[in-house]
Structures are given as C-alpha cells and as structure tokens.
Design a protein around this ligand. Structure first.
Ligand SMILES: *Cc1c(COP(=O)(O)O)cnc(C)c1O
Length: 516
C-alpha cells in the first residue's frame, strides 16, 4: 500500500501494516494517569529510603504516565509492525524457520518443568535429568554419534565447543596442529570459530557443482591440518555425495571431520552423519527441532561426537549413578571445561524433545521428505524466472541468482525488500558467497502447497516489475513503517533503547513519585 492505503502492484496477501495512530507512548503521557490500581495499604507505610537506603529513587525520571488501554495499544501496535512465523511464511534460507508447534509450548510450561531450578538437588531433579537423557539418546540415534553435550547455547557456540574438542584431541596426541580447512561456501561462523579456537583458516575452493573438490582437498590436507569444517548438505542445499571419501582423505592424515549440522532438516530420518564418517558435529535445536528462534531468543546447539572425542566433552556430563538414578559427573581429567552456566538452555531441550516424540521416527522422516519436496517444488516453479547457478540436485533449500534482474539494475536485496509488500519475510540475501547476488530460499516442511503458490506468484510478479517498473522495486518496501534504512548506521550505531532528552529545568518529583 502507498500512504493513502492504495495497493501498489497487486500483492496477493494482506500486509501486516497498521495505518492507525502512530503517536508515541511518551507523547500520550500526562501526569496522574495510571495503568494499575493497587489495593489500599493494610500495613504501616514505610519510607522507601528506610527499605532501600541510597538505592531509593527520589523521582521516577521521565517515565510516561498512561492509562491501561494506552499501554496495551502501544505494545500491541508495536507487535503488528513486526513479522513472525505465526503471521506468514519465512523463507529465510539456512535458518530453517519452521513452524513451532504449540504442543511444545504447552509441555514446556508444565509446572514441574517450567519452575525447576538449576540449583535444585539432583535427587529432586530426576524428571528434568530424564528429559535431558532422553533427548540426548534421541539426538545420538538421529545423528549416529556416540556421545553428546547439550550445553552450547546456539549453533556458533556448538561449533566453538566442537573445535575445542578437536583441539583437545590433537593436544592429547602431542600436537594441536595449526590449520582448519573451510570450503568457500561455508557459513561465516565456521571461519570465525576456527580463528577463535586459535587455528589458521585455509580456504577450500568448491568444484563447479558447488561441492568439495576432492583433488583440491587431497592437496591441502597435511600433518598440520586439525580438521575440515563442512556443512552438509551445503549452503546451496546440495548433499556432499562423496562425504565418505572426504572423511577417508582427512582420516588418512590424522585430521578430523567436523560437520556443521545446521542443515540437518534435510537429513533427519534419512541418513546419519555418524555413518558417513563425521567425527563431531553440532545441531541447531532452534532450526531442525522447532524451538523458537529469531530476535536473539534462546537457542541450543548440542554437540555430538564419536567415542574418540568423548573424554574431552564439557563438564558436568550427565551420567547414570550406581543406584540407577541420573546425576552429573564432574571429574573428567581431559575435559575442555564448562562452556556454559548450568546445563544449557533447558527450555529448548523440552521443546525439542516434545517435537521429536510427537513426530516419532516416521514423522521425522516425513518432515525431511516434505521439506525437500517443498524446496524442489519452488525450484521447478521459479527456474527460468531467476537464474539457477548450480543445477545439482536440491535438498531442503534452493539458491537462485539475481543475474537476470541485475541487468535492469535490480539486485537480490531490492527484490527481497519488495517481498515484504507481498506479505512475506524476505529470503536470505547475498549468501552463500559462491553465488553472485544470491537469493536463498528455504520453505521448510511447514508450508502448504497453497502458500508456496502464493510465494511463487509474488516472486514472479516481482520479476515482472523488475522489467516493467524497476523503480517500484528499488523503492520497496512501501507498506512498512519505515522503508529503506541506513543499514550501515543501523549496524554500527544501533539505537536500542529510549533515552530521556536532557532536561532544561531540574525534574520535580512528580505525582507518581510522591504517592510512592
Ligand atoms: C544458523 C547457522 C549457523 C549458526 O547457528 P546460530 O545458532 O545462529 O549460532 C551455523 N552454520 C549454518 C550453516 C547455519 O545455517
């Protein structure tokens, strides 16, 4: 819609735009308004100074004073300016933004689970430990690995933990080695992880199919190579069909194979990294196993490994004690140490386990097949409209290039912004790096054919606009509160909270402060 509420182009879906009152909550403030009503005091009043000493505030500063309905409308309005998986499709490739089933939320809010405290004695935490044990067993079965830690708080943290294990393993053999190989298609967190763990990153060029070039690999692996970090399926959604050979080449030189498991949504129930030579990997519970993510919420990045790496796992390690109950083992001489407070993001474990148990083995396999089917449906419908640089078989995500549209000056980022006007979250822009002007689309299994068709229609329409009315795309989005932002300033000088403007006259204690 433009500012008068007219649609520009022909969006297929209603946008989430709310064109009403934009007044800020601070401008609605007037002294004495309150959004609460407290019962009359039935105990003697105590001066805040007596209770809190120096910490007691003289005044409440410039806090807005508003009524209940004003504050409710303020936050509800803000929530409608955002986008969410509960509003529509989120085809953000590499992120696996699947639907988070509500049953996960119901289970995670059960009293005994939600109110458990990490300082509770182990004897009173057997239920929680059982959840962690059962989840560990499920994840080891799914990945084909021998041991696991649930501690890491997200994918990148899992990578860090996994490479610490690799380092500790090589150190135990007398030499930590110096290099880690990383394909040029890798997620940026991979080279960052290697560097943070003290390794030199050696770039591994992909072959014309976008896969690991075995000859190149053979040339680069030597006695100083600690590991290869490999995403499988890769960031262009392609399965490394020669992964066994890749593992053999590494193992022949004493190097290990680390698998970035963020793309497990394409493998669960079909094949297992442990069976194709992987030594250590992380999982993103907040991608593959439907725990909420985005907006910086809690993630979870368990690390699963083979027997040879087990002695190095972070402590404490979940174990079965002599009396058959569960507990934690702290005494592990070769451990890399703790990587997180307590035991990890427990609420995510509950949600992931609920998801795994609700689906069961057949359901999980079906999920994988549907995710791959959906990505291939989009590939078939959009090939020809957008250039497809890699023709290799697609698994759970498909990467197009903006090359055809770039001839008219329309780049991947412009089309992504125009998608917002059609009611969709943008796809992933300009990643992976091996595709110029990448448009990376991952529909996940959550979407119906009708929804996929709406996405196809929107993207086709945008491609048409790129030819016939490029300015419309260049100026998008038209339906949001703000349109194009200064992305550099947003990253470099973020304004993350409201601050009171400097006051000309000293603040007088206001009504609220006096009452208090
Ligand atoms: C998402 C992702 C990561 C990082 O995971 P976070 O949980 O965001 O830290 C690493 N590698 C790949 C391929 C990913 O898609």
């Amino acid at each position: 819609m433009d500012n008068d509420g007219k649609f520009i182009g022909t969006p297929q879906k209603a946008s989430t735009h709310v064109s009403q009152d934009e007044r800020l909550i601070f401008e609605q403030s007037s002294p004495g308004k309150k959004a609460y009503k407290l019962p009359a005091l039935d105990v003697p009043a105590v001066d805040a100074k007596v209770l809190l000493g120096e910490a007691a505030r003289e005044d409440l500063g410039l806090m807005p004073e508003v009524s209940e309905i004003e504050i409710i409308r303020h936050y509800t309005r803000l929530s409608t300016w955002n986008y969410a998986i509960d509003l529509g499709m989120y085809p953000l490739g590499s992120c696996t933004m699947k639907y988070n089933p509500r049953v996960n939320e119901v289970v995670s809010r059960l009293e005994g689970i939600a109110d458990a405290h990490p300082y509770q004695p182990v004897e009173l935490s057997q239920g929680s430990l059982n959840i962690m044990q059962l989840l560990s067993e499920c994840l080891m079965e799914i990945t084909g690995m021998d041991a696991i830690t649930l501690q890491p708080a997200a994918g990148a943290h899992g990578e860090f933990t996994g490479i610490l294990l690799v380092r500790a393993y090589h150190e135990s053999l007398g030499n930590p080695r110096r290099k880690i190989l990383i394909p040029d298609s890798a997620h940026g967190t991979n080279p960052a992880t290697a560097a943070v763990c003290g390794y030199q990153v050696q770039n591994l060029k992909s072959n014309p199919q976008g896969m690991v070039d075995l000859e190149e690999l053979e040339k680069l692996v030597d006695d100083d190579t600690a590991a290869l970090m490999l995403t499988n399926p890769s960031t262009i959604g392609v399965f490394e069909s020669e992964i066994h050979k890749i593992a053999d080449i590494l193992h022949a030189k004493g190097a290990l194979l680390y698998m970035d498991g963020a793309n497990m949504n394409a493998l669960v129930g079909k094949t297992r990294p442990g069976d194709f030579g992987v030594d250590v990997m992380h999982l993103n519970l907040h991608k593959t196993f439907s725990t909420p993510h985005g907006g910086g919420g809690p993630g979870s990045g368990p690390v699963a490994c083979k027997k040879i790496l087990e002695p190095f796992l972070p402590t404490p390690v979940l174990c079965t004690r002599e009396d058959g109950t569960l507990g934690f083992e702290f005494n592990r001489p070769q451990t890399v140490g703790r990587v997180r407070a307590f035991y990890g993001n427990f609420g995510m474990f509950v949600r992931a386990l609920a998801y795994i148990l609700a689906n069961g083995p057949d359901g999980l396999r079906q999920t994988t097949e549907d995710a791959v089917l959906n990505a291939n449906y989009l590939r078939a419908k959009l090939e020809g409209i957008f250039e497809l640089p890699y023709k290799t078989a697609t698994l759970h995500e498909v990467v197009f290039s903006d090359r055809a549209q770039a001839r008219n000056g329309i780049k991947t980022g412009d089309m992504a912004k125009r998608m917002i006007d059609y009611g969709f979250h943008p796809y992933t822009v300009s990643f992976p790096m091996i595709v110029a002007g990448a448009m990376m689309i991952e529909p996940t299994e959550s979407e119906s054919r009708q929804e996929l068709d709406l996405l196809v229609d929107a993207l086709k329409q945008i491609a048409r606009e790129a030819e016939e009315n490029p300015q419309l795309v260049l100026d998008a989005p038209h339906t949001t509160r703000v349109s194009r932002m200064d992305e550099t300033a947003a990253a470099r000088k973020p304004v993350l909270r409201w601050k009171a403007p400097a006051l000309a006259t000293p603040l007088q204690p206001d009504t609220a402060a006096k009452e208090w």
